[in-house]
Write a protein that binds this ligand. Structure first.
Ligand SMILES: [Zn+2]
Length: 564
């Protein structure tokens, strides 16, 4: 080994250890005797970590870190447990979900229909009289291994007969109990073969041969959008309560940061309320969000958005709550893009999209754009390539979000513009029949995680929850590593290694959110966001990854959920 190589080796050996930011000051917390998966640039594994205030002071061996302790240092023995950086979901519509969170029974990662019914029943028993029992998406019957049958009216009534029950199977269909149908003014039984129009939802009601409701309503996204307008209204106090409950749930599943992309049905008021809560009492999950409101669908509405882009500034918040991007849908007719079919914008629609994106580039806004099919991405990349000749985009780190069916030519075009991809674990819910029908074996390459990983383009993992997908990060990591859906079937052949998946759910997402000097790894100088696990992510049998639990979740040096 020559001298240069020796010097380099010495530097690499040292990267795990580090020196206090302020040598006079002892850390206030030390976590030792652990397996610290740092997810630093070397993916180094260490034994101990020292924390000073809200930041990591040093990472290294037990001896190195313990030597930093002062008389006031609180030393916690990890007893061999595994620690990872706080997990980051790069695409989770959680702010929208805070309104009804207290009513919402989550079925994230549940693989048994019987267990789902137990969870729903248990939730009903915790609700005050008259409050709706809801389960607002994030699940689909296809995820249940024991039975994929519809819920029956008898089952729905058994969950609760004294309150409305509203269950939403992703964006596909819904169920109501008898009390809900009555509240909607929809008759339970009508003459067989006849029709009724008492409610705007009547046309979607599925009835049996005797004209009685089955509990189910079909009609996908448009039907669900209508159904939501009948929900009870939510006061600011109730939403604050919902926010606390939602964030405590996110902490319990190991999430410490979320990139929230607005979404259809989001109210601007929800962000205002959240900002006030973050200011007044603090929040326990870091929320980075986008500039959004009702999705513009006309040139006039597009002009109004352009004005907001010109008169609002990103990056004016702090490390807990900040506005830092525009999207994910900013012009309905330009970008609406299904899982099966590409978007088909007219030249006029493309013009409106170009107008909004140009304003974003001219005013230094990061953007994220919902797109799934290669045809849609090519339209988008044509526009962006042109904009780039006037306003260089690289520094803005524009994202294509979902990109389920991205190809190598789109990846290369996007990489050339300094863009990145936000990939999602939506296929973990199963129900891929229509996709296989359309694309055949190629559906196993959606999303092409291996291609994306090996291409070198920056990308991260997220979910697209809370309605379109489940939101548990260990379920997403398990899916990325195994390629399986919760129901057990293989849905994706382009899998990642455990290390690659963890990097994509932590450090890479920090980069996508411009937070690489704050988040994503356990290394000196970064904020102390960590999750202490009940088993070792790197060595546990592959199928157990989805069952890993957070014993304790730390945000900025504070344990926000669980205990040690
Ligand atoms: Zn989307």
């Amino acid at each position: 080994m020559n001298t240069f190589k020796l010097a380099l080796a010495a530097i690499i050996l040292q990267t795990g250890t580090s020196f206090p930011l302020n040598a006079q000051e002892a850390p206030n917390q030390i976590f030792s005797n652990g397996k610290i998966i740092t997810v630093d640039d070397y993916f180094s594994i260490q034994e101990a970590v020292a924390i000073s205030g809200d930041r990591i002071l040093a990472v290294g061996s037990n001896a190195e870190i313990n030597a930093l302790a002062g008389p006031q240092t609180n030393i916690i023995n990890l007893e061999g447990r595994t620690v990872i950086p706080g997990l980051i979901d790069n695409h989770n519509h959680v702010v929208r979900a805070t309104e009804y969170w207290p009513n919402d029974a989550r079925l994230d990662g549940v693989t048994s229909r019987a267990e789902a019914l137990n969870i729903l029943k248990a939730k009903a028993s915790t609700l005050p009289a008259g409050e709706w029992l809801m389960s607002l998406g994030g699940w689909q019957e296809s995820q249940f291994a024991d039975s994929k049958d519809d819920f029956t009216l008898a089952e729905l009534d058994a969950l609760a007969s004294d309150r409305p029950v509203f269950l939403q199977s992703v964006y596909h269909h819904i169920y109501g109990n008898t009390t809900w149908f009555e509240a909607m003014g929809i008759p339970i039984t009508i003459a067989p073969g006849s029709s009724e129009t008492a409610s705007d939802l009547s046309e979607h009601v599925v009835r049996d041969e005797n004209g009685k409701v089955t509990g189910r309503l079909n009609g996908g996204f448009p039907m669900i959008t209508k159904a939501i307008t009948h929900f009870p209204s939510v006061s600011a106090d109730k939403q604050a309560q919902g926010t606390r409950a939602a964030f405590s749930y996110l902490s319990s599943i190991g999430l410490t940061s979320v990139f929230d992309p607005g979404g259809v049905g989001i109210k601007q008021e929800s962000y205002t309320r959240l900002g006030e809560l973050a200011e007044s009492e603090g929040i326990s999950v870091r929320i980075f969000h986008t500039l959004n409101a009702n999705v513009p669908a006309t040139p006039e509405a597009a002009d109004a958005l352009v004005e907001r882009i010109q008169t609002t500034l990103p990056f004016q918040g702090n490390e807990m709550f900040d506005l830092l991007s525009m999207g994910e849908i900013y012009y309905g007719p330009f970008h609406w893009d299904g899982v099966i079919d590409p978007a088909t914008p007219t030249p006029e629609d493309i013009e409106q999209g170009r107008k909004i994106l140009t304003a974003a580039a001219a005013n230094a806004w990061p953007t994220q754009t919902h797109a799934m099919q290669p045809e849609t991405m090519d339209i988008l990349l044509d526009v962006m390539t042109e904009i780039n000749t006037e306003y260089p985009l690289r520094q803005l780190r524009w994202s294509v979000t979902h990109a389920d069916n991205v190809g190598i030519s789109q990846i290369e075009r996007a990489r050339h513009l300094g863009m990145n991809l936000q990939m999602r674990s939506i296929s973990v819910l199963g129900n891929r029949g229509p996709l296989f029908e359309k694309f055949g074996e190629a559906a196993y390459d959606m999303p092409p995680l291996r291609l994306v990983q090996d291409s070198g383009i920056p990308f991260g993992l997220g979910t697209d929850g809370t309605k379109a997908n489940q939101i548990a990060p260990f379920v997403t990591l398990w899916w990325a590593v195994t390629g399986r859906a919760l129901g057990g079937e293989v849905v994706m052949k382009q899998t990642l290694t455990r290390e690659e998946a963890l990097i994509a759910h932590t450090r890479s997402n920090a980069y996508l959110m411009f937070q690489e000097s704050n988040l994503g790894s356990i290394k000196p100088g970064l904020l102390a966001d960590m999750v202490i696990l009940d088993r070792d992510y790197l060595t546990v049998p592959e199928d157990e990854i989805k069952d890993i639990k957070a014993i304790a979740t730390m945000v900025g040096g504070n344990i926000v959920n669980g205990s040690l």
